[in-house]
Design a protein around this ligand. Structure first.
Ligand SMILES: [Zn+2]
Length: 362
């Protein structure tokens, strides 16, 4: 997989509703495909010249990352924030962020951490954090300065200020937004693996990167209507649990391969689709792990409910500390995810699709 692509995708600015930079970055790596976008920033990648009557497999990943928005500007120049997506408040104070102004300028800010010297006992406990009482400091000393000199406007989007790096020796990526730029990279990589054999593939593969997942899987409600898939493969930068749950019980361990999600709050996976994918993983020696998630949701929740019902295979790249500034993930897990997706697509035939879609039930 192309590390430079992963780097650019991770560094791209793309909180929910502001995914244009991620779309432009992906477009740079999709020169051989037919690409298009829509009014909410969903991005579609199609194999050129493929017959339209084949069954359609949609490859999904979301473009957006958890971010924030400037909610108001106070008289002293501090900014208040609105969350776009599910950051936990304990991971925000003392972190730096980037604010994109209306003119496109990036302004660095620090989410205020009140010096311990000024804290009350209850503040020192770190309990009862509220976003309404957190402030963002861009270095301005008045509202006028924040607006006129820094160019800040309410509604400006914000992302964590983190720069990607790759540890080649250990195969580890460090950066922000692996949820879900890891998935976006997997779609491009899967489609590149299949490009040379596109005419002989049993299905038509369409990449659909969706906007606004972190605010309620909104983009996928549109992409699935446009793509009209028979089957879908949903890629996620899934949260790693290996530092929080004992080794025997962990279901999202870094360097343990692609994570096949059996269930979460949004979708109960199609057992036939999973069985088929695992059979191929075994056959081709692709490392995988299974997850039964008590929480979480993905675009599969929306895609599965469209058209005539769409079986989805949810493939995760275990990513540490998602929904906070700094993430780790392993290149080998991303490669396992795209290899499995490519093998699944190559192996499909009419009978297999009928079986997955329960058309042979009686
Ligand atoms: Zn995600």
């Amino acid at each position: 997989m192309d590390i430079q692509m992963i780097e650019k995708l991770s560094n791209a600015f793309g909180p929910s509703g502001f995914e244009e930079d991620v779309v432009r970055t992906l477009a740079e790596y999709c020169g051989e495909f037919d690409i298009s976008n829509d009014a909410m920033n969903n991005f579609y990648v199609r194999m050129p010249g493929v017959q339209s009557e084949k069954p359609v497999v949609q490859l999904d990943a979301h473009l957006d990352e958890c971010g924030m928005m400037v909610q108001s500007i106070l008289d002293n120049g501090a900014l208040q924030m609105l969350l776009l997506g599910g950051f936990h408040l304990t991971s925000l104070p003392a972190h730096s962020v980037k604010i994109r102004t209306r003119s496109g300028k990036m302004v660095r800010g620090i989410i205020c951490a009140k010096p311990v010297h000024f804290m009350t006992d209850s503040e020192r406990s770190g309990q009862n954090l509220e976003i309404e009482k957190m402030y963002l400091d861009v270095g301005a000393t008045s509202r006028q300065e924040a607006e006129e000199v820094f160019g800040i406007h309410i509604g400006d989007p914000i992302v964590p200020d983190v720069t990607f790096s790759y540890d080649k020796e250990n195969g580890i990526c460090f950066g922000k937004a692996f949820d879900n730029r890891a998935g976006c990279a997997c779609i491009v990589d899967t489609m590149k693996q299949l490009y040379g054999e596109r005419d002989s593939l049993p299905v038509n593969v369409v990449g659909a990167m969706a906007a606004q997942e972190e605010v309620g899987t909104r983009g996928a409600a549109v992409t699935a209507q446009i793509v009209k898939p028979d089957l879908a493969i949903v890629f996620e930068g899934s949260p790693s649990d290996d530092f929080f749950i004992s080794a025997g019980q962990a279901q999202g361990q870094m360097k343990h391969g692609v994570q096949i999600r059996i269930v979460d709050k949004s979708y109960i996976s199609n057992a036939q689709f999973i069985e088929y994918a695992e059979e191929l993983a075994g056959k081709y020696g692709i490392k995988y792990q299974e997850a039964v998630r008590r929480g979480g949701s993905t675009n599969a929740g929306k895609i599965s409910l469209t058209g005539k019902a769409v079986p989805c295979l949810v493939l995760g790249v275990p990513s540490r500390y998602v929904h906070s500034h700094y993430n780790f993930c392993a290149l080998e897990d991303m490669e396992a995810a795209s290899s499995l997706a490519a093998s699944v697509i190559r192996g499909l035939d009419a009978e297999r699709i009928r079986h997955i879609c329960h058309q042979d039930l009686f």
